[in-house]
Design a protein around this ligand. Structure first.
Ligand SMILES: [Zn+2]
Length: 251
C-alpha cells in the first residue's frame, strides 16, 4: 500500500496549494501525534512553559484540554509563578484519562492536544493511557513535571514518562542553588533541617498547600522545599540564609 497515490486527482493548477491533505504518503496515517515530556526541578518554569505551549497551540486553531493536580493555587488551574493562569481539569490518581477525553468527544468537544501539568503525580497506568491517546487517537500530549522527589528518586509518573515518551527534555531555567551552581534537586526542609525520609512529595512547588490526604506531612512542623545543587543536597547544606533569595519559605 505504499508508494505514490495513483487514483485520479481532480485537476488543479499545478501551482495551487494543496486544498486537501496529500493523500499519498500520509494516507491512512494522520499526522502522527507525540507524547512529549518536559521535566526539571522546582521553580524551573514548567507551568509557565505549559501555558506557553497551550497558547501557541491554540493560536493554530487547535483545541486543548489542560489537566493538573495539586497546582500551587489549590484550584483547578495551571498557574505559574510569573503570573499566568489558565483553567484546568483537576485529575487524581483514579482518573481514567482515556475515558475523560472520550467523554468530551462524545459531547462534541474537540480535544486535539493535552497539556498535563504536575505530571510527576500521574500513575504509570495514566501515563500509558496518555500514550494510547497519542497512538490510537492522535492526540498530542505535552506533559510537564518534576524530575525527582526530595529523596532524589524519580516520581512514579516521571519514571513512566521517561520510559515511554517520544521526546524528553530537561528544563533548566535559571534555578540556582544558593551557591550559584545549577539547581538540580528538590530538598524538603522541616524546621530548618533537610530531611530525606517521609512520604513522597505531594506539594508541587510551594510551601504548605492543601495536599492529597495520603501524603501530607504531619501537621505542625514548618515545611518548605528548596532547590539545591547535588553537592549541597548530599551535604544537607541549605545555605547561609536558610532560605536564600528566590527560594520559597514561610515567614
Ligand atoms: Zn550548591
Amino acid at each position: 500500500m505504499s508508494g505514490p497515490a495513483l487514483q485520479p486527482v481532480p485537476a488543479a493548477p499545478a501551482s495551487a496549494p494543496a486544498a486537501v491533505p496529500a493523500s499519498g504518503d500520509r494516507r491512512r496515517a494522520p499526522a502522527p501525534a507525540h507524547l512529549r515530556f518536559f521535566h526539571g526541578p522546582m521553580d524551573c518554569g514548567k507551568s509557565t512553559l505549559a501555558l506557553q505551549v497551550d497558547h501557541n497551540q491554540s493560536r493554530q486553531g487547535r483545541s486543548g484540554l489542560l489537566l493538573t493536580q495539586g497546582d500551587r493555587s489549590a484550584q483547578a488551574q495551571i498557574t505559574s509563578r510569573v503570573g499566568l493562569a489558565h483553567d484546568a481539569v483537576e485529575v487524581d490518581a483514579g482518573t481514567d484519562l482515556l475515558l475523560l477525553v472520550r467523554s468530551l468527544w462524545a459531547e462534541g468537544t474537540r480535544v486535539d492536544y493535552l497539556i498535563v501539568d504536575e505530571a510527576q503525580f500521574l500513575t504509570p497506568v495514566q501515563v500509558d493511557q496518555l500514550a494510547e491517546l497519542v497512538d490510537a487517537s492522535h492526540v498530542d500530549v505535552y506533559a510537564f513535571g518534576l524530575t525527582t522527589d526530595f529523596r532524589t528518586r524519580l516520581f512514579p509518573g516521571t519514571q513512566r514518562l521517561l520510559e515511554v515518551a517520544d521526546d524528553v527534555q530537561r528544563i533548566q531555567v535559571e534555578v540556582l542553588c544558593w551557591c550559584g551552581a545549577p539547581g538540580l534537586l528538590n530538598a524538603r526542609v522541616v524546621d530548618g533541617q533537610l530531611v530525606r525520609h517521609g512520604a513522597t512529595v505531594v506539594v508541587a512547588d510551594t510551601a504548605p498547600t492543601p495536599a492529597p490526604e495520603t501524603a501530607a506531612p504531619e501537621p505542625g512542623p514548618e515545611v518548605h522545599y528548596q532547590v539545591l545543587c547535588r553537592r549541597h543536597h548530599v551535604l544537607g547544606q541549605l545555605g547561609p540564609g536558610a532560605a536564600g533569595p528566590g527560594q520559597l519559605a514561610l515567614p
